[in-house]
Design a protein around this ligand. Sequence first.
Ligand code: FAD
Length: 444
Amino acid sequence: MSEPFDAVVVGAGLSGLCAARRLREAGLRVTVVEARDRVGGRTLSRRLGEDVIDLGGQWIGPTQDRVARLAEELGVATFPQHHEGDKVLCIGGRKTTYAGEIPSIGALGLVELQATIWRLDRLARRVPKARPWDTPDAAALDAISVAGWLARNVVSRRARAVVEIAVRSILACEPSEVSFLYFLFYLRAGGGVMQLARVAGGAQERRFVGGAQQLSERLAARLDVTLDAPVRAIEQDEDEARVVSARGTLRARRVILALPPALVDRMELAPHPPPLRDQLLARMPMGAVIKCLAVYDRPFWRERGLSGEGLSTDGPVRLAFDDSAHDGSQHALVGFLLGATATALPEPRARREAVLASLAQMFGHEAQDPLHYVDQDWTRERESLGGYVGVMAPGVMTTCGRALREPWGRVHWAGTETATEHAGYMDGAIQAGERAAAEVLAAR
Ligand SMILES: Cc1cc2nc3c(=O)[nH]c(=O)nc-3n(C[C@H](O)[C@H](O)[C@H](O)COP(=O)(O)OP(=O)(O)OC[C@H]3O[C@@H](n4cnc5c(N)ncnc54)[C@H](O)[C@@H]3O)c2cc1C
């Protein structure tokens, strides 16, 4: 029988590939197994018209230093997200435009909106990034949803609606579905409300020339990766671990599971993991997102003085941005169906019509007539089960959160869900992969 691998990494997303790279650099015999016929996981870049567009992760911003460094090292250039012009806000059938960072919702609403953002950031600063369950008043903060907190603390209906749109945009789920403590942790890990929401100086500041998936493709080219190998079971005993995939069984001294908890929950795990870990796997569902791209013969929104950025409670598209090519060769809009609207339109033709009508409400009737259109329903992807990220409902962080990174025998946990900085983002995926690799090296 051949020697077991020093480590087997499950999942060839950014997290798994960065973990494998670290281990390979340290001289370990490491291999990666991936369910899909491609690497990159929740990043997916493809040609549409004259440009390569991103149907998954796309933007990076300040303080996301790991992903910026990786891109530089791999020779993937970035360019600034277009944001010149006014933004659009549609609430309750009413459309307004605004120039600054905070939507125009009337003087009183605006005061309360700014106070709410300030308060959320102040509360988030009290959350220890690596131990959110130790936040002062953690149990009380974890006992309510974000919607519950907003209902108690924000009087202006319009201010509440704007914060709800921000929550959907940041987490891709409904404010009623997510723990307030988990949301505060997410804000803390990502740098605060405005850092996550804004373009210039925020998480949507830059895009990759040629698409984000290139990072994974270039990493994988230097590693041993087996595609089309969905892992069905992980077994371990005192001597070794075994990773059972559709392409056979691999023996390993250590295993890194670099995929969201909801996907691990579908595997056979033997022996049974400890109760907190088991609970966590079953209680961290994915958000729901469909990303929609429409290419146009001209940037009609720019001609109207609009930036292409839009927020809405009205149509299925909750959030939109200009998604034009870096060299001006093509003009496009990207729209996001988030939370409830991502599960309400499963039929592709009806969805396309509703998305284009929604973009037309925001930016003008020309939106109804694109040259090209494509959308990616992440909720229908068996290897992702949704996106952007696995989230915690009320009560989960304080009961099983501490199991998130706790190794299970020979098994270590990666994936952006386990990050302490920029959790949910590509940068967090890299941090988590590198941390899991460091654990494996320390365990030798
Ligand atoms: C629509 C969308 C937009 C986003 N926008 C942004 C953005 O603008 N900026 C940003 O930073 N982040 C964004 N994100 C989030 C970002 O894409 C993720 O945080 C990051 O890619 C996660 O990487 P990961 O390696 O942790 O997980 P994944 O990329 O999910 O990797 C897990 C891998 O495991 C594989 N796998 C699953 N099941 C099995 C199995 N049984 N056996 C073997 N392999 C398996 C999967 O196929 C996948 O390749 C977005 C995500 C989505 C979906």
